[in-house]
Design a protein around this ligand. Structure first.
Ligand code: TNX
Length: 489
């Protein structure tokens, strides 16, 4: 990493400058990448290079930004990134330098430019990209930023470093798509001028990946996180356990991973993350300003755990490992104290590896349990999560229990989110018929399911989280999350 103090000629940070249109094509690309990133190695280069023009660009050139910013104003001129360009950061803290470094790492392979990082003492040189928290507007919050592009300078101003990190994703999206290529491309690297002011309508911008039905490598997960970062997503929900596999090492119950991790849908080899690998992913996500939300699904969706330890079963008999795709048939023995000792151990170990404030306990589709047993289990586990110093999240079924106001229900198909809200709990919106990445686009989509219907890209992009469930208002909704279940992936 090259870092030097600013010693260049100075020049004004310039004016401001445009109107929002969100291109569905970019979203198609995102969803396709999420899915094919695992299946097809050639997905590394998202789109073929497009010819760019050095002439002043039209207003729509500031348009294809995902998610759609709060406001976009075009000034009908252009900025061109050239070989001598520097990335200036102010102040020159280690954190801001590393954000500048991240941007340089993204832009170097396709441009071939050196893009030196300069910890700026003053105003940056002409032709630079400038990122700063100096003068950042607190009203923009943690993830907000203002991006101003003049013919001389691209500058991002944010209240927090995380806002700068979101802002530089917009810069990546505004360049011609060939900027994302991993080999040198001809350029030129032109951005239309103008001003973008942006902060999330909902703070929770999540995606979930199911590593239990099929297992994915540390490299795969990092790729998923990279794609999330590109679209300014900030919560990564990792579905670590299910009937078909237990994917995280637990030292106090080691069979969970070493035996319960051996299966997968269709009989594949399975696998699991060591605690060191999980920590590596958490740290990788942290550098992308993404909070990891680990899920240990219980009391249902637990066949892999039940198969690993006979004493978790009410009849004391461990079932075989499971490789099918049915749901709802398994449950921990909720009347047995050993079960709660098990849950406490697992939650304690996961909590100690997870800096974020959340633990997701699943809670979905425990169809073999009566409602009294189910509710008692959820309430007892809520206390265990609280003792571990974390906030409990569960799929909306948990709203049948008495929820703390700090607990969070994740909507997926019913009206139970209303019951959560009446108890003062907040809601994450993941309606299966809108947000599930494993639902096919249409009957011709090769991978995925259709039990919640087909989801065309336009439908996935235009639903309103604040009018999804009657009685669940904008102020009740923390945000949204797109789950990728992997039975077919
Ligand atoms: C429903 S959504 C499930 C998952 C499946 C998914 C497949 C939810 C809480 N449960 O167990 O993988 O459908 O689309």
């Amino acid at each position: 990493m090259r870092t030097s103090r600013g010693d260049r000629d100075v020049n004004g940070c310039g004016q401001l400058g445009s109107t929002g249109y969100s291109g569905a094509a970019v979203l198609v690309r995102w969803m396709a990448l999420l899915l094919c990133g695992f299946a097809v190695a050639s997905c590394r280069s998202p789109v073929p290079p497009e010819p760019a023009s050095v002439s002043p660009l039209s207003n729509s050139s500031l348009g294809n930004i995902i998610p759609q910013p709060e406001s976009v104003t075009s000034t009908n001129d252009s900025f061109v990134l050239t070989a001598g360009a520097k990335i200036c950061v102010g102040p020159g803290s280690a954190e801001l330098v590393s954000i500048g470094q991240y941007l340089a790492d993204k832009l170097r392979p396709s441009t071939g430019y050196s893009l030196q990082i300069v910890a700026a003492a003053g105003l940056p040189a002409n032709g630079s990209i400038f990122i700063t928290t100096i003068g950042g507007d607190p009203l923009l919050g943690d993830d907000g930023y203002t991006l101003t592009i003049t013919p001389d300078l691209v500058s991002v101003v944010a209240y927090q470093p995380s806002g700068l990190f979101r802002g530089i994703q917009t810069i990546r999206q505004l360049f011609p798509p060939a900027i994302e290529m991993s080999t040198v491309q001809p350029g030129p690297w032109v951005i239309a001028t103008g001003t973008i002011r942006d902060h999330p309508r909902f703070g929770w911008r999540g995606s979930m990946l199911d590593v239990a039905r099929h297992f994915f490598s540390v490299q795969d997960i990092k790729r998923y996180l990279d794609l999330m970062a590109y679209y300014k997503m900030n919560r990564f929900h990792l579905h670590l356990t299910d009937d078909q596999g237990w994917r995280i090492a637990i030292n106090s119950w080691s069979n969970l991973a070493t035996y319960g991790g051996r299966s997968a849908v269709g009989g594949g080899p399975g696998g699991y993350f060591t605690q060191a690998e999980y920590s590596e992913l958490v740290a990788y996500a942290q550098r992308l300003y993404i909070t990891v939300v680990p899920e240990i699904d219980m009391p249902g969706h637990t066949n892999a755990a039940l198969a690993s330890y006979a004493l978790l079963n009410c009849n004391g008999v461990a079932p075989p490992l499971y490789t099918g795709i049915d749901v709802g048939f398994s449950a921990l023995c909720v009347s047995n104290d050993t079960t709660y000792a098990f849950v406490a151990d697992v939650i304690r170990e996961i909590s100690s590896l997870t800096p974020g404030p959340y633990i997701h306990i699943g809670g979905d589709e425990a169809s073999t349990l009566g409602s009294t047993d189910y509710v008692r289990f959820v309430e007892r586990v809520q206390t265990i999560v609280q003792s571990a110093g974390k906030q409990m999240i569960g799929w909306e079924e948990i709203a049948q229990g008495r929820l703390l106001s700090t607990s969070i229900a994740q909507h997926w198909y019913s009206t139970l989110a209303q019951t959560a809200v009446l108890q003062g709990a907040k809601v994450i919106m993941s309606p299966a018929s809108k947000a599930y990445l494993d639902m096919k686009y249409d009957p011709s989509t090769p991978l995925g399911q259709d039990w919640a219907g087909y989801i065309a890209v336009k439908e996935a992009y235009t639903w309103d989280p604040a009018s999804q469930v009657a009685g669940v208002l904008e102020s009740d909704v923390l945000g949204l999350e797109a789950p990728l279940w992997t039975e077919t992936t």
